[in-house]
Design a protein around this ligand. Structure first.
Ligand SMILES: Nc1nc2c(ncn2[C@@H]2O[C@H](COP(=O)(O)OP(=O)(O)OP(=O)(O)O)[C@@H](O)[C@H]2O)c(=O)[nH]1
Ligand SMILES: [Mg+2]
Length: 535
């Protein structure tokens, strides 16, 4: 099937489509409300009819982005989820990330694929540990941040104190676009600092639908809300004196962060956030290749894979590779080259992703996140391109700190066990190491955080039908090594050498101290795995 030449997209089409894209991640410490906000955003974009539509009995568990049964059971996000939808004339690619530190490798990978981040702060808790770590990653990568103070419907900190905390702990200057009317726990609406109006929100039953919003001029707001309005105005003026006004360039260069106040669970302030994302968040820009050279947006199609996920659809046992388009136009059916292997890859099954739901797409543009189905030949970090070769920087893996031997509980399920281990390794749910001592019937799972073990066990049992036992090993540290170093390493106690699925040889140590001693030995090569930026 060939496309008539006249309808082929021109470089100008690519640029104008890229300009309409907004690709961002929602990040924060666990429980700040990322998945709830994600769902509220899709509700406001009128992609879903009501929030909490899929919730369990115990409350609003199970948002559109928390689709795994473990996520629904526990009410936490375990894996990042992609959602693509249109709003106004923009195409939004939203990535909801897990907050838990044990899953930070997944979050980190997502941050390689976005142009902006929405950083959530729980109004009662301020900037929490994991939020600070994620902030540091954004800063390092030059990702502009929009800050949302969430849960304003519940008692919390003073709004000005929160702004001070942002300034002191992140070095970013907060430039609130809205300011709350009513203290935390008495959320009536916001003062829109851009035009001085009052936006009053009305609660809906269970927060299932968009909260009606009424706009009042200042005088009417004063009459209506009294002291709460006066206080908001005074505080906003105070902010103005300290220079807390939005400046697009300073925002994009990571000096300032626009701030909005919201209650995701009641849908307050969510519509404003959506508009701010379209109005202020950056569109895709040329992505630097492995040499640091920005690759033009209007070059032929190129993309990189930042995530692989299996088991999304129990009926179809398929594997989805998520790619972020960096340049050109993607057309389903294109045969692209995988830069890591040099092999062609036919993109027959390409999908737009919405949490667990997917739909075939025909075309995609820079900024878009596309799911490629049954992409067994693709791994995290692979670059795909047509015509003009390019290679994007590899996506880093974290250094594991916990290790356990996995064994199948029922040996008649060995085949399922092998298949499951291979799949989980491919997704990066755990790193899989093989030791000579135990053989490949007893692979070692290596993880950044112990909750990854639970996810692996659960999926082995429920997805692959192979219940496993995990026996933890006493190691806490892994370094890259080579064959020549092995005898010297093993001569010290508290060490072991294993091979990772990707062929890398890893030396494991019980303590830093043991590792330090071994490293002093002549002829021993030990290199750190990528530093755990979030660990
Ligand atoms: N009162 C109140 N509760 C909220 C708000 N937003 C979220 N919650 C609740 O906070 C809890 C955590 O919400 P999630 O959206 O799952 O939080 P998360 O940031 O996605 O958590 P992880 O993905 O596990 O890191 C849930 O019980 C939500 O109902 C809010 O604005 N107000
Ligand atoms: Mg979540």
């Amino acid at each position: 099937m060939s496309t008539p030449a006249s309808t082929l997209p021109s470089p100008a089409d690519v640029l104008s489509e890229a300009r309409r894209r907004r690709t961002f991640a929602v990040i924060s410490h666990p429980d700040a409300g990322k998945s709830t906000l994600t769902e509220a955003l899709t509700l406001h974009a009128r992609v879903i009819g009501s929030a909490g539509a899929v919730h369990g009995k115990a409350g609003r568990r199970g948002t559109v982005s928390d689709w795994m049964d473990m996520e629904r059971d526990r009410g936490i996000s375990i894996t990042s989820a992609a959602l693509q939808f249109s709003y106004r004339d923009a195409v939004v690619n939203l990535l909801d990330t897990p907050g838990h530190a044990d899953f930070s490798e997944d979050t980190y990978r997502v941050l390689t694929a976005v142009d902006a981040a929405v950083m959530l702060i729980d109004a009662a808790k301020g900037l929490e540990t994991q939020t600070m770590k994620l902030f540091a990653v954004c800063k390092h990568r030059g990702i502009p941040i929009i800050t949302v103070v969430n849960k304003w419907d519940r008692p919390g900190m003073d709004a000005l104190a929160l702004m001070d905390e942002i300034t002191e702990r992140t070095g970013l200057t907060p430039t609130p676009l809205t300011w709350p009317v009513g203290i935390a726990g008495d959320f009536r609406g916001v003062l829109d600092r851009r035009d001085g109006t009052y936006r009053h929100f009305t609660r809906t039953a269970g927060g299932a639908t968009i909260a009606p919003e009424e706009v009042f001029p200042a005088e009417a707001a004063a009459a209506r809300e009294g002291d709460a309005w006066t206080q908001a105005v005074e505080e906003s003026e105070l902010l103005e004196e300290t220079g807390a006004q939005h400046d697009q360039e300073l925002f994009l260069s990571g000096v300032t962060t626009p701030v909005l106040f919201a209650s995701a669970v009641s849908n307050f302030g969510v519509g404003q956030l959506l508009d701010v994302l379209v109005d202020l968040a950056p569109a895709p820009t040329p992505v630097p290749d492995a040499e640091g050279e920005p690759h033009p947006l209007d070059a032929p199609f190129s993309a990189f894979v930042f995530k692989v996920q299996a088991g999304m659809d129990a009926g179809h046992r398929d594997r989805l590779a998520y790619m972020r388009v960096c340049s050109g136009v993607f057309e389903r059916g294109m045969v692209v080259t995988n830069a890591s292997t040099g092999r062609p890859f036919a993109t027959k099954y390409a999908q737009q992703v919405f949490g667990r739901d997917r739909e075939t797409i025909e075309t995609a543009w820079p900024g878009d996140v596309v799911g490629l189905v049954n992409a067994a030949a693709l791994g995290v970090g692979d670059t795909l391109y047509v015509d003009r070769p390019v290679r994007y920087p590899p996506v880093t893996t974290f250094s594991p700190e916990h290790f356990a031997v996995a064994r199948v509980a029922d040996t008649s399920k060995y085949k399922q066990f092998r298949k499951g281990v291979e799949t989980l390794a491919g997704e990066g749910v755990v790193q899989v190491l093989i030791s000579e001592r135990r053989g490949d019937g007893a692979p070692v799972f290596a993880v950044v955080g112990p909750m990854q073990f639970e996810v692996a066990s659960h999926r082995m049992e429920h997805e692959f039908g192979a219940r496993i036992s995990l026996d933890s090993l006493p190691y806490s540290l892994a370094m890259r090594t080579d064959e020549a170093s092995v005898p010297a390493i093993l001569a010290s106690s508290g060490t072991e050498v294993m091979k990772r699925a990707d062929g890398e040889l890893l030396a494991l140590f019980t303590t830093k101290w043991v590792m330090g001693m071994v490293r002093e030995k002549p002829g021993v090569t030990l290199e750190p795995l990528v530093a755990a930026q979030l660990g």
